[in-house]
Design a protein around this ligand. Sequence first.
Ligand SMILES: [Zn+2]
Length: 631
Amino acid sequence: MNDALQLLKKYWNHDNFRGLQAEIIENVLAQKDTFAQLPTGGGKSICYQIPALLQDGLTLVVSPLVSLIKDQVENLQTKGIKAIGLTGGISADEVSNLLDNCQYGNYKLLYLSPERLQSDWILERLKSLPINLIAVDEAHCISQWGNDFRPAYLKITNLKTHFPKTPVLALTASATPQVKQDIISILKLEAVTLFEKSFDRDNIAYMVFEVEDKLHRMVQILKKNPEPSIIYVRNRKSCVEISRQLQQSGIPATYYHGGLSTIEKNKNMTLWTSEKVQVIVATNAFGMGIDKGNVKTVIHIQLPDSMESYYQEAGRCGRNGQKAFAVLLNSPSDYLQAEGQFLAVLPDKEFLTKVYKKLNSFFRIGYGEGIDDSYTFNLNVFCSQYQLPTLKTFNAIQFLDRQGIVTLSQEFSQKITVQFLIPSKEVIRYMSLNSHQEEVILTMLRTYPGIYEIPAVMNVVLIAKKAQTTQEVVLGILAQLHKKEIISYTANGSDSTIIFNEVREDERTINRVSKFLVVQNELKTKQLHSVLKYVSTKNECKSKLILRYFGEDKKENCGICSYCITLKKQQPKAISTTNLIITALSDATLDSRSLEKVTRQPSNQVIFALQELLEHNVVEILPNNHYRLKK
Ligand SMILES: [Zn+2]
């Protein structure tokens, strides 16, 4: 393990492994199948990156999140570690070249998305590589009972058949007992060693408060604890709104959501990490890769959709081990709205089919066509064109994304609006004088026939493809036309990108995945009910409730959650009443009515305290119903 420590120091500049990292690495190096459950921020990737560096050959990392693959590969490259990522959107030729590099270029880590393992030829090529370890990241995606089930992950179930001698390391941040069983059996892990860090975070006080005025309560909490805090909200609009309201209440705040440009994201993030502002108001887009130890408070002002996501988000406080607060504010109306909010927007098969067909028509994709096509996509424009409900539509597209049918990236891209300002005759003359621009201009005119009358939202990728040129050339021509005042041209960034991973087959496509939709909707309903149970259970320790959800049985109350502190508040009162009684009885014998008067305590507390004192033989009762201290 000395070599491992040296590598840790050299590349990550840490002196010691954290938590279970060392044990996991040792087990992996002993060529054993391993299941590791480490909470977010537990340093999961180190568990396969160090073994990758320590051994000859190549470590295969399967990860469902393209953004995470990109991040990690870039990160490793800046450290001087040779790593490659094979995600979607890379041509077969390129993939083939990259795999050649793996074979001869001394690469240490090869990341790929599960979809890539579906191609037989890629699998065959992989088999010829010296693979020393297969790490399956976010392994809970393999289970239908997991929060982010991806059927593409089911395609990696036969890894053990193809690589019988290679150890497999399955990693996850949160798995219920059922999901854990699924991971082990689906991946066919043999004689697996389990490493599970308890879900117990004993420095976090879980608080659930029912309040009428959430803003007021939030301000109270944040003023009492003027340290770094995160507030989770449901949508982008409330992000901006709540941040503004906090500032008006004198609390420095910024915000973060998926619709911001990379520059804005970095700017706001830095404001918060450098502690120039106390609070960051964020949607669930905020989280990946946050490693801030001193977050004091995480507040949710809307109900989360599952205990899994609540645990992860709440768990971003108190990473330094100091006492921290995970607060969930709710009002009675939330409770009533929740089902409508979450369950009414789950798409059924019919709706899913409709959205899929409309998506294809929106981009003019014909039946049997469309594979690997990529477009900029504005959900609002799409929904208003076909009069579809936004949230339900988003859920449907997200489902298609998880099934691998499309890839929806929230990355920043430009939305470009164009209108021709000069008559068509003039445009034709311009084209004859600038023949190198003719093809692109004609394509624009053919694709958007109304572009003389009203501004058209231009799909640059589509135009480039039709005109058989590149996006850069199209953008260059648009810039020139704009400069010459031939077109009006505006660009702003509110769109995402959508890639079609399969040919359009309408019902056939949807029939294949609809059984997963049924299970997913069932799961979502269950998950919401777990959240409602967590919030509404008034007679149990919150920490115990969370742990039970993840299959752990905690014996003792945590002593710091909202339930436990109300218990404590009741007890000191009783204790002080007993003290008052003892004082009162020290120079007289009194009946309970007189004790109430002397101690000025409510009768039920006096009676409760007297019972305690009798039980502990501190006082005795006389035949005239007076109490006196026992000698
Ligand atoms: Zn408790």
